[in-house]
Design a binder for this molecule. Structure first.
Ligand code: BG6
Length: 284
């Protein structure tokens, strides 16, 4: 098709409307780029050290975490196998693509998960917004369960001057304290050090204020992604040990991930679960 695109050596498709371009690789059904057409300004962070050859999940963009978030599931691979499997293009137009991954076609831990699934990822350019949706159908005869996230890396000019708003009063599990539960009483989440939190039953709209640049991202999620993860690794030994992430790059990103983590998502035979996010931005 005319939408063929290569990100590194990874085949994929390019979506385009009047104002924006978006590239999605078949490896991971991964949104690797979402940019402003006129200026080529990237809206999503992608590490300069990201592997773009299929040997590792792409560090940046929108990784699809399925059938598990982090280590919260049966797979050995962090965040499950979806982000390192090659998906098939099922439907494509100028502004929308749907990719599919089925049981048996994944890389890695399909057997550990065991579910007879069909996963569909759809990315849609809609004006100045990008919608990403995940649908999971149970094609088998017994019920299965999983955890999931759309792990978006937002590009910011300086995380120290970035604030995530909308979570005041929400409870989170703190990944830095053995997932101990805490309540967020702050006006905004700020990034003066490592932050790694699973907010449970998060509100449907969150904003990311990049005050240095004067840009606000808006993340709107469906209630079928009840949770939201906020992550910035700061500069720690863990960051230094990440081969696909530069030591100083934490400054340029904030992850806000729509997720279903605290309660496992259950899909009965013949049923389909669907969840999505719409991300957009404006001047502050
Ligand atoms: C976040 C987790 O979602 O993903 C973090 O909350 C984790 O704990 C991060 O470090 C990155 O994970 P990975 O597997 O892509 O290095």
């Amino acid at each position: 098709t005319t939408h063929d695109a290569l990100v590194g050596t990874l085949p994929g498709v390019r979506l385009e409307n009047d104002t924006h371009v978006c590239e999605i690789t078949r490896f991971g059904a991964h949104v690797a780029s979402w940019r402003v057409k006129r200026t080529s300004d990237e809206l999503l962070f992608r590490s300069k050290l990201a592997k773009l050859d299929g040997t590792k999940a792409i560090r940046g963009g929108v990784p699809v975490c399925f059938p598990q978030f982090s280590d919260m599931g049966p797979c050995a691979q962090s965040h499950g196998f979806a982000r390192t499997s090659v998906w098939a293009v099922e439907a494509l137009s100028a502004t929308e693509v749907t990719m599919v991954l089925r049981r048996g076609d994944e890389a890695g831990d399909g057997d550990a998960f065991g579910g007879d699934y069909e996963a569909r990822f759809t990315a849609t350019l809609d004006g100045d917004a990008l919608r990403t949706a995940l649908r999971v159908t149970n094609a088998g005869k017994s019920c299965f369960e999983f955890t999931s996230a759309l792990h978006t890396y937002f590009r910011v000019s300086d995380c120290a001057k970035t604030k995530v708003r909308g979570l005041r009063g929400t409870t989170y599990l703190d990944n830095l304290r053995a997932r101990a539960s805490a309540k967020d009483d702050e006006d905004a989440v700020e990034f003066s050090g490592e932050v790694d939190r699973i907010y449970t039953d998060a509100p449907s709209v969150l904003t990311i204020d990049d005050e240095a640049l004067g840009r606000r991202f808006r993340v709107a999620k469906t209630s079928t992604f009840p949770d939201a993860v906020v992550w910035n690794p700061a500069l720690t030994d863990k960051t230094r040990g990440m081969s696909d992430f530069g030591d100083e790059e934490y400054r340029e990103m904030v992850c806000v991930e729509v997720a279903g983590v605290k309660d496992k998502i259950t899909v009965e035979p013949g049923e389909t679960w669907e969840a999505s996010q719409t991300i957009s931005y404006s001047a502050i």
